[in-house]
Design a protein around this ligand. Structure first.
Ligand code: AVI
Length: 330
């Protein structure tokens, strides 16, 4: 289990509390990667996309014309933020799940006026820099950064105030969980809320299969590079000898499961070796690297309700490609 790191406190830019976070421990990654690669259908967790290069490639994906989720969600926030603030209310604690550069949450501050901001991310380096900068812009907001792997068990430390916790989970990353895991994750958030909190979450909606497929297989090949870069990251973590030239990116919409699937497919018979193992892949065999589930609004609201939330409001774009949903505790 990844546990929150609680290093010594030191004063932030304006005397507020800022927790610098060390990188997460790497124990367990080796075993997790090996068991996925050796499974009859080889697979890896999408969290391994995000080394330094992967994070830069993901930022590039977000500005691709084919990748509609980022700009569509941003437009929904631009249009509806005042109404969101009316529904959600001011004050309380914003807990930003997968905060990255904290830019999305920072747009909420002038309207939601949180007392505390708790950005959480797997990448400590990114987070420390972003929070230091943000603390200078908003010196009156207490900021408590946490380095956590949200795909593992995690708990909030006592420093996170219990007063009206709003979990902020934009970007449709909930779609990268299997539906059962997504439900467990939402249930966990609900438990962390006591009886006076909520969640503001971005959800990518079901749409034309071709639009979906192109969003994950763009013409510039940035998503292909993002997928292939995973092999370089695995080579570093495992000491393996994946040769990128032997693999190709595959992405398609699986309509039965309502998900985009990304795979890396062997272009020829391939032998991969690492210190304590290895695997032979036949031409055409693939490593399943990501699922990105797409929901209808009623189905996602049902999931929130199963988790113990009451879905209060949702906002969408005019094409209904993406939704931002606010749900409260009962
Ligand atoms: C982070 N996550 C919401 C992205 C998605 O759309 O599922 C990851 C991604 N994979 C390929 N392109 C973007």
């Amino acid at each position: 289990m990844a546990s929150p790191s609680l290093p010594a406190r030191h004063p932030g830019a304006a005397g507020n509390v800022l927790h610098p976070v060390p990188p997460l421990p790497r124990a367990g990654e080796h075993a997790e990667l090996c068991s996925g690669l050796l499974a009859s259908r080889a697979h890896t967790s999408p969290k391994y996309f995000y080394d330094a290069m992967g994070s830069v490639l993901f930022e590039a994906i977000c500005v691709l014309p084919e990748y509609y989720p980022t700009r569509t969600e941003a437009a929904i926030f631009s249009t509806h933020l005042p109404q969101m603030a009316e529904v959600i209310g001011t004050g309380g604690t914003i807990i930003d799940l997968g905060a990255g550069n904290c830019a999305k949450a920072a747009r909420l501050f002038p309207l939601l006026h949180p007392h505390q901001y708790v950005p959480i991310d797997i990448s400590a380096d990114h987070l420390n820099d972003a929070v230091s900068r943000l603390q200078q812009r908003f010196p009156h907001i207490e900021m408590t950064a946490l380095s956590l792997d949200l795909a593992q068990d995690w708990q909030l430390p006592p420093e996170v105030r219990n007063e009206r916790r709003l979990f902020f989970y934009p970007g449709s990353s909930i779609g990268n969980f299997e539906p059962a895991q997504a439900l467990d994750f939402l249930r966990h958030l609900r438990l962390c809320c006591d009886n006076n909190g909520g969640i503001l979450i971005g959800v990518d909606l079901i749409k034309d299969a071709q639009i979906l497929a192109t969003a994950y297989d763009d013409h510039l090949g940035v998503t292909a590079a993002f997928n292939l870069n995973l092999l370089r990251h695995i080579n570093r973590l495992l000491g393996s000898d994946f040769a990128l030239s032997q693999w190709q990116h595959r992405a398609f919409f699986n309509s039965r499961q309502s998900r985009i699937e990304m795979h890396l497919e062997a272009k020829q018979d391939v032998q991969v070796r690492w210190a304590d193992g290895g695997r032979d892949f036949r031409q055409g065999e693939s490593i399943h690297t990501e699922n990105s589930y797409k929901y209808s609004i009623p189905d996602f609201v049902a999931l929130l309700e199963q988790a113990g939330f009451i879905a209060a409001h949702h906002w969408t774009d005019s094409d209904e490609w993406f939704a931002v949903i606010y749900a409260q505790t009962a």
